[in-house]
Design a protein around this ligand. Structure first.
Ligand code: ADP
Ligand code: S3P
Ligand code: MG
Length: 185
């Protein structure tokens, strides 16, 4: 089963656990783990906060689309994307057509608790990060749902348990659900 499984791409809001669960899932599958944020940082030689400060969000999004295009072409990887990757229709098409997309979905309170102390997310370095998370969730939740093949709540489950649940879902995944390019809506 694992040999035939295509790449797995994790999407979802900041704090859903994409990086954490992706790393564990890759280990369980014996696959390479990649994170689009880490890849952008290594290609740029600067961290995400620096890129936002110098190039604005637009500059970061351009880098992100290049990274998603490159990384989704790698065979049989586990990829954690950044929370805003689904905002671009181009990114959504790359993800949906090239692998199994899993939406890790956590409530805003949980996103808040998990990201509050971490200063590495520039969009949340504002006076009311909870409102920002709420607004982003309203805009992005329909897009995560649109691009996903599998939806998994992660709010109240330990990462290891999450990975076991995900492995079960992947084992029974219907590969025909991955769209051919001309079927993409
Ligand atoms: N299922 C979980 N239960 C408890 N804490 C979690 C869970 N998933 C992630 N975390 C913690 O939440 C924080 C953010 O996780 P991270 O994987 O960076 O999220 P994302 O990549 O989706 O923004 C980290 O400190 C991580 O340890
Ligand atoms: O939601 C977003 O727009 C962002 C999420 C971050 O990744 P995580 O979702 O892994 O925190 C990172 O890409 C950047 O700070 C922007
Ligand atoms: Mg992450």
């Amino acid at each position: 089963m694992v040999e035939e499984l295509p790449s797995v791409f994790l999407v979802g809001p900041m704090g859903a656990g994409k990086t954490t669960i992706g790393k564990l899932l890759a280990k369980q599958l014996g696959r390479e783990f990649l994170d689009s944020d880490w890849y952008i940082e290594s290609q740029t030689g600067a961290d995400i906060a620096w890129i936002f400060a110098k190039e604005g969000e637009a500059g970061f999004r351009e880098r992100e689309t290049r990274a998603i295009d490159e990384l989704t072409q790698k065979p049989q990887i586990v990829l954690a994307t950044g929370g805003g990757a689904v905002m671009s229709a181009e990114n959504r098409a790359f993800l949906h057509q090239r692998g199994i997309v899993v939406y890790l979905n956590a409530p805003v309170d949980v996103q808040m608790a998990r990201t509050a102390k971490d200063k590495s997310r520039p969009l949340l370095q504002q006076p009311n990060p909870k409102q920002i998370l709420q607004d982003l969730y309203s805009t992005r939740d329909p897009l995560y749902r649109q691009v996903a093949h599998i939806i998994m709540p992660t709010g109240h489950t330990y990462p290891r348990h999450m990975v076991n649940q995900l492995l079960q879902q992947l084992a029974s995944f219907d590969m025909s659900a991955i769209t051919a390019p001309n079927n993409q809506s």
